[in-house]
Design a protein around this ligand. Structure first.
Ligand SMILES: [Zn+2]
Length: 219
């Protein structure tokens, strides 16, 4: 055992029990994770919500994101505590649950972070997750299909008319036609980000379909 693993063993996020370093949650706590059990190819609560925002094809959320829940803890560790590798665990849980059948998307893409945020965090929490899904399902992944053009804070400082003039905060970096795109994000709350991106893609491409996969959805 490497000395650092001995001094700082990997521990369950929930109960602190020592676990294998490839895991995040111990076997005892695992059943406490609130999986949605969504049907990717059918209807579910996320798809119902998204259909009010844009013509989504398929939608799936792995977890329910409840306050103080284990799901929230897992995603916060991934996003704010430099635990990028959790993206791999989340991807594994997706692959154990989704079979695309004949609804397999052509490309996987991820919601981009603004440069400043990326610098702060050191990584985009969706990249490893997306890469693992790409490998497992054999679907190409493209993390640069979209670009974050404005920073949320800068946006908030503008007055209303300035804000109206601002274009979509997300821009397509290349034309993409005749493809079924699977867009990945971490947590679905209002759906504003996802629908802004979806409309940016739909308005600037021909014959595209958009499906959504998120790590968790707010309930
Ligand atoms: Zn535990």
């Amino acid at each position: 055992m490497p000395i650092l693993d001995f001094l700082f063993p990997n521990r369950c996020l929930n109960c602190n029990r020592i676990i294998d370093k490839s895991e995040v949650i111990c076997e005892v706590c695992f059943p406490k994770i609130n999986f949605t059990n969504h049907n990717y190819n059918g209807s579910n609560t996320l798809k119902d919500k998204l259909l009010l925002q844009f013509p989504v094809v398929n939608a799936y959320s792995l977890l329910y994101y409840e306050k103080e829940s284990l799901a929230q803890n897992i995603i916060q560790q991934l996003k704010y505590n430099k635990r990028e590798k959790i993206g791999k665990n989340l991807a594994n849980w997706v692959t154990e649950r989704i079979d695309f059948h004949n609804h397999k998307p052509d490309i996987i893409t991820t919601v981009p972070l603004h440069r400043r945020k990326l610098k702060q965090r050191g990584y985009n929490q969706l990249h490893l997750f997306g890469n693992e899904l790409s490998k497992f399902y054999n679907i190409p992944v493209n993390h640069t299909l979209l670009e974050r053009t404005t920073h949320a804070k800068a946006q908030a400082k503008k007055n209303q008319s300035e804000r109206l003039k601002t274009k979509n905060a997300y821009q397509l970096t290349q034309r993409i036609n005749d493809k079924h795109i699977l867009l990945i994000d971490d947590v679905y709350t209002t759906g504003n980000t996802i629908s802004n991106i979806a409309w940016e893609i739909l308005n600037n491409s021909k014959n595209v379909k958009i499906s959504i996969l998120v790590m968790a959805m707010d309930v």
